[in-house]
Design a protein around this ligand. Structure first.
Ligand SMILES: [Zn+2]
Ligand SMILES: [Zn+2]
Length: 331
């Protein structure tokens, strides 16, 4: 980031194309993936890119509302000009590859990713595929809705991938934007939550949000965990999580990029049908289920706001774990 900062540029307003909505951006959450894109850990897909994939926008043009159908039969969703919608990381799929046909659109062979393969929301305007936007509950204002759109949805998917059952003991390793939303879901499911994280203020936040136990990144939860989710881009953290699991437990890795996985002792750490799983992207069903749950439990992220011209400062703050909760950019 410090070597490859973003710069402000005047670009032509996007022109609305069939099947898309033109949005006026009202807020855009900052995700660690934005940092991996800007710093080049994810290979560039375009010569230059506008990052940002947690967009709250107002539909200002978009022609006809499109029917929105999935295998679950969601039926028709009418979104009219003036509506407030959310856009997430999964900006589109081909609907025809073997994964899409299996209902696993998060694994699509030809995906579109917002703010990576197409321009994102660190901007005044953005274009979004009409069948990949989510109407936002009125209870959620712009600033508090934005971090739900990736940090929230993918945190929720991580809990699904880890197979969390109500009442279980769940470890969260790292306590950034995604974890601070996942803990609210876990508390709603009556789970005991064990949080290992660096940073005194992150530990305080975890305790205030109802963690049963909170420790530093080198401390081990005092009990064996049924499930764990790791959030840091660090393989050491994955191994620490693995070493805290009971037999049959699962670690879900919520990171699009890891530095490496260090060598570890199979006999002690993975034997016993423990599992390590990655969490890749999200489906529209994850988004809808999570946003409905968020509205139901009154989920309200802790946010720090940055104006658009301070996007670099926001990214640096996320990189340095200097934000409690989520960073949100406002144009
Ligand atoms: Zn596909
Ligand atoms: Zn993200």
């Amino acid at each position: 980031m410090s070597q490859r900062p973003l710069r402000i540029a005047e670009v032509a307003d996007p022109q609305v194309t069939p099947g898309h909505f033109l949005l006026r951006v009202r807020a855009c959450g900052v995700c660690r993936t934005d940092l991996h894109i800007v710093e080049g850990e994810l290979p560039p897909q375009q010569p230059s890119m506008i990052p940002g994939h947690q967009i709250v926008g107002e539909v200002i043009a978009g022609g006809r509302p499109l029917p929105q159908r999935t295998r679950q039969g969601w039926g028709t969703q009418e979104i009219l000009e003036g509506a407030r919608v959310g856009v997430s990381w999964l900006g589109g799929t081909d609907a025809t590859c073997p994964y899409c046909r299996r209902g696993e659109e998060n694994l699509c062979d030809v995906p579109t990713f917002t703010g990576y393969s197409v321009p994102g929301g660190y901007a005044e305007f953005a274009l979004a595929r009409a069948d990949f936007v989510y109407p936002l509950p009125v209870a959620l204002d712009d600033l508090h809705a934005a971090p739900l759109l990736c940090a929230g949805i993918i945190g929720f998917r991580s809990l699904r991938v880890a197979g969390v059952q109500p009442g279980e003991r769940v470890g969260l390793f790292g306590f950034g934007a995604s974890a601070h939303l996942a803990i609210a879901v876990l508390r709603a499911w009556k789970c005991e939550v064990y949080v290992s994280t660096r940073g005194e203020s992150h530990r305080k936040l975890a305790a205030s949000l109802g963690a049963t136990w909170v420790g530093t990144e080198v401390e081990k939860p005092p009990v064996q965990l049924d499930r764990a989710v790791t959030f840091a881009p660090s393989g050491d953290v994955v191994v620490a999580a693995l070493s805290s699991l009971r037999k049959g437990g699962v670690v879900a890795i919520n990171a699009i990029h890891l530095d490496r996985i260090p060598q570890f002792d199979y006999d002690r750490l993975l034997w016993g049908e423990r599992q390590m799983r990655s969490v890749a992207n999200m489906t529209r069903a994850d988004a809808r289920d999570f946003l409905a749950l968020a509205a139901e439990i009154g989920l309200k992220p802790k946010v720090t706001v940055f104006p658009l011209d301070q996007a670099n400062k926001a990214l640096l703050a996320v990189k340095n774990d200097a934000v409690d909760g989520a960073a949100v950019i406002v144009p």
